[in-house]
Design a protein around this ligand. Structure first.
Ligand code: LRY
Length: 238
């Protein structure tokens, strides 16, 4: 996809992440395509999706641009978001418009470096590249390595960012001030107000997943909050 057109299309907009792994109740490309359709009706400008089947199904029903990734675990490697050329080639063949890949500085034992993966995408496709990072330095390094967009996806997930605030609005703000490469606010954004705040702090667009497309987690948040109150009420009566 043409970079200028894509960036204009998503500027100040919501990208909905529609993902359900095999252990989740809504796993399956039919469910994810329906989720994406609902997201489109609600105004989403783009969909982030995991895996060839989901990407193809979502593209067909929504015709929205797709940020594609493949979550793949490799032995002894902490990198699982599009870790190697194998997943990249599958995403190119599936028709992803943007390829999201881990751009952290974590070890990649026996895998290609980030620079090699970027070169491979440039040579073999027109896909744009979204670098998923967890720290400010990783964001700047990803820009220098040549990604088209930087996303804060992995803040609070890498071992060295476990204590970051969530959502990581300070990271979004710092990166947006430091670079002209578009910063995508992603990870643990739970409310419309947080999404709007991310835009105010300089994010080019916002990705929301769980709060929209993982109903089992949203349900649990309601249940937990209600339980806290019922427990408190019960105690005050004793
Ligand atoms: C850390 C990781 O593996 N994140 C994944 C990346 O694609 C997805 O599981 C998230 O749902 C996505 O980043 C959106 O974030 P949230 O669901 O918090 O709105």
């Amino acid at each position: 996809m043409n970079k200028k057109n894509f960036l204009e299309r998503i500027k100040g907009q919501l990208i909905v992440s529609c993902q359900a792994l095999p252990n989740e109740p809504l796993h399956g490309s039919d469910y994810m395509a329906k989720m994406a359709q609902a997201a489109k009706v609600g105004g989403a400008a783009c969909i982030r999706a995991n895996g060839v089947e989901d990407i193809k199904a979502i593209k067909q029903v929504t015709q929205l641009p797709i940020v594609g990734l493949i979550k793949q675990d490799y032995k002894n490697s902490p990198v699982y978001i599009t870790p190697t050329k194998t997943e990249i080639q599958l995403l190119i063949d599936a028709g992803a418009d943007v390829i999201a890949l881990d751009a952290t500085t974590q070890d990649r034992p026996n895998h290609e470096s980030l620079e090699e993966l970027i070169r491979y995408i440039r040579i073999n496709s027109q896909c744009l590249i979204m670098g998923d990072i967890s720290t400010f330095d990783e964001g700047i390094a990803a820009v220098e390595a040549g990604v088209d967009l930087v996303s804060t996806t992995l803040s609070s997930y890498t071992p060295y960012t476990k204590d970051r605030v969530i959502p990581d609005l300070p990271l979004i703000e710092e990166l947006a001030k430091a670079t002209t490469t578009p910063i995508i606010a992603e990870g643990n954004i739970k409310t419309p107000a947080e999404a709007a705040r991310a835009i105010e702090l300089g994010a080019h667009a916002v990705v929301v997943g769980t709060a929209i497309t993982r109903p089992q987690i949203v349900t649990k948040q309601f249940c937990d909050e209600i339980k806290k109150t019922t427990d408190r009420l019960l105690q005050s009566k004793q």
